[in-house]
Design a protein around this ligand. Structure first.
Ligand code: PLP
Length: 408
């Protein structure tokens, strides 16, 4: 008899985003002639930068000839890409070891995989509301304990992050071992500034904790006091893994490529208190569980750092940022309480009259044919809020704003 990993039975079966699709499809069946505008998507929509396409065409041609064919990628990724990443960090005044960069097939993989190299008994802290993968990965790896009545997990420490804290996560009140931080944050669009992030780094140094820093929206940072990398903070190399992705930056959600930084200074301990560099465990995991990312895609990612590639990516990110800024302005002018939309494609706002998220979702859909994401799908702390994204087209975003103008 094959036994199940019962931790997998604990996560909710319906991924909450399926519920949105179900409701939208029901509406479409009833009103086939209405034009729906999607401001809920957490996926990019614009075509790939031309430089990326060109580089991948070139790479596939190389694969077609004996003399330039490539088999397995080096385990951590090709030097040509790693060198560009190191240079990008140097341009921010950050020097990293070449060995510390691990190319992966996107941020999500490593967010979950990191659990493989960390002890089962670590206490994990997660801000709420936040990207649901941190909590789900914690549950599936058997670290969450049991679910309590309010839907929270007994072994997870939830960092308060609400209207009172300006949707900036508070420091843990107790001792934790691992902290997931998403900065700029999805879904609230808010960001910790350098001073606020330094408090987390100082906490981690003091408590010997590790920060898993998800910088998937790094390219969207436009405010000077918001860090583009956690390594801008003194001491962070001792305690922080940084995860970045080409997905939301360069349209790679379908291609798949990202990277994680494991500075050799980060130390984990065995039960005897002996320390080991975390990077050693991670290299071992990598060597045994993955054969990396395709040559063609890595060449595409390399092109993101070329002069022309950078300009194209900037244009792409600005397109989404401008949409977000338009949404932000419009909602503010309606007198709503609005967060994000400055260093993030996400705009997070309080529903008018404090309506429940799903009720407001229905109202937006049936009265204005607009699809948003109910805040409550990111945890109970998101109840009473809604997320709009800048990932729609400019025309769609403008039309949606016209529909709700003066009507909410
Ligand atoms: C989209 C997203 C990711 C996933 O990135 P991939 O590289 O496509 O796996 C990771 N973290 C956050 C917060 C995201 O919103």
């Amino acid at each position: 008899m094959a036994l199940a990993n019962e931790n997998y039975l604990k996560t909710p079966e319906i991924y909450c985003f399926d519920e949105i699709e179900k409701r939208v499809n029901a509406y479409k069946l009833l009103h086939p002639d209405k034009k729906i505008i999607r401001l809920g998507v957490g996926d990019v929509t614009r075509a790939l930068p031309n430089e990326v396409v060109k580089a991948m065409h070139g790479a596939i041609d190389e694969m077609a000839f004996q003399a330039t064919f490539r088999g397995y990628s080096p385990p951590q990724g090709y030097d040509f890409l790693i060198e560009k990443i190191l240079k990008d960090y140097r341009s921010m005044g950050i020097t990293l070891d070449k060995e510390s960069i691990f190319i992966n097939d996107g941020a999500k993989s490593d967010i979950g995989n990191i659990g493989h190299v960390l002890g089962r008994d670590n206490i994990i802290a997660i801000a709420e509301p936040v990207y649901p993968v941190y909590e789900n990965a914690t549950i599936m790896s058997g670290r969450a304990g049991f679910q309590t009545e309010d839907g929270k997990w007994s072994n997870v420490v939830y960092l308060r992050c609400d209207q009172e804290t300006g949707f900036i996560p508070e420091l843990p009140q107790e001792k934790v071992d691992i902290i997931y931080l998403c900065n700029p944050n999805n879904p609230t669009g808010t960001s910790l500034n350098k001073i606020e992030l330094k408090r987390f780094v100082d906490y981690a140094i003091e408590q010997d904790a590790i920060i898993v820093y998800d910088a998937a929206y790094q390219a969207y940072v436009t405010e000077d006091d918001v860090p583009k990398s956690i390594y801008e903070i003194k001491g962070a190399k001792k305690v922080a893994i940084e995860i970045r992705s080409f997905s939301k930056t360069a349209g790679f959600t379908g291609l798949r490529c990202g990277f994680s930084v494991f500075p050799p200074e980060i130390t984990v301990h065995n039960m005897m208190g002996e320390g080991f560099p975390l990077i050693k465990l991670w290299s071992r995991r990598n060597a045994n569980y993955t054969n990396g990312v395709s040559y063609v895609v890595q060449r595409g990612a390399e092109a993101v750092f070329s002069r022309k590639g950078k300009a194209e990516v900037r244009e792409l990110v600005n397109y989404y940022l401008n949409n977000a800024s338009l949404i932000r302005k419009e909602l503010l002018s309606m007198g709503l309480k609005v967060y994000g939309g400055k260093s993030s494609p996400y705009v997070w706002f309080k529903t008018p009259d404090g309506e429940a998220s799903w009720k407001f979702f229905q109202q937006l859909l049936y009265e204005f044919q607009i699809v948003g994401t109910p805040g409550v799908v990111f945890g109970n702390a998101g109840e009473g809020y809604m997320r709009f994204t800048g990932f729609s087209s400019r025309e769609g975003t403008e039309m949606a704003m016209q529909r709700i103008r003066g009507n909410l």
